[in-house]
Design a protein around this ligand. Structure first.
Ligand code: ADP
Ligand code: MG
Length: 206
């Protein structure tokens, strides 16, 4: 299935549910249906948000941007979510790192997507370690979790649109992540062991 067809499918399913429940409510109003309606609307909203990042390349303004700044802006929000799940996010990112040339919102999205996955891989708590280093051409950011890990099959399919092992996953997060990093002439590597955890390593040229 090509990916536009997949997207149409992903939108049509919640739409069909919304229509069905609206029809039910017309016949038999019941406030409990509202939660389901809200959930399905949220799902479509999430899908479109994930894709919007890629949809308007003309809006992408490349500028000198510091990875520390990006993390500082997104970590408070991620940490408040992590707290609820008994996950501790450690971060070791020197403020002396040179800036990269990039689109701020896109780079933010890269880290949000990876950290979100790291948290979703640890339903009963754990950690996310974010460590940034410098080599002679790239800033290398490692994001490690102690979660469920991935099978060889999942690693191979990572980044395919709509590939997900989650009941309510979109399967778009990693595709968007890879496309953004490519767009920044960077690279993403992954190492993972089932039952032990996963490490993503994002390299961005500076
Ligand atoms: P989604 O999160 O909606 O499932 P993604 O594209 O973000 O879609 O991820 C695709 C799949 O990759 C996930 O369903 C999961 O199986 C796997 N995955 C990604 N990151 C991790 C991780 N840190 N630990 C375990 N599995 C992961
Ligand atoms: Mg995801």
């Amino acid at each position: 299935m090509n990916w536009q067809a997949g997207l149409a499918h992903e939108i049509r399913n919640p739409l069909a549910a919304i229509r069905g429940f609206l029809q039910l409510m017309r016949e038999r109003p019941d406030a409990r249906y509202l939660d389901i309606l809200m959930e399905e609307v949220d799902r479509i909203n999430q899908l479109t948000n994930e894709l919007l990042m890629l949809a308007k390349p003309q809006d992408n303004i490349f500028e000198e941007i510091n990875i520390v700044t990006i993390l500082r802006e997104l970590l408070p929000l991620m940490r408040s979510q992590a707290n609820l799940q008994a996950i501790v996010i450690h971060e070791d990112v020197p403020s002396t790192l040179p800036p990269v040339y990039g689109v701020k919102d896109q780079l933010k999205q890269v880290f949000i997507n990876i950290i979100k996955n790291a948290m979703e891989a640890q339903p009963s708590g754990g950690y996310v370690d974010i460590i940034a280093n410098l080599d002679h051409t790239h800033i290398v950011i490692s994001i490690e979790d102690g979660g469920i890990g991935m099978s060889e099959e999942t690693i191979a399919k990572l980044g395919e649109p709509f590939y997900t092992t989650k009941e309510r996953g979109s399967g778009l997060g990693m595709m968007v992540t890879y496309l953004i990093v490519q767009n920044h002439l960077g690279d993403v590597q992954v190492e993972s062991t089932i039952g032990k955890g996963t490490r993503f390593v994002v390299s961005l040229p500076y």
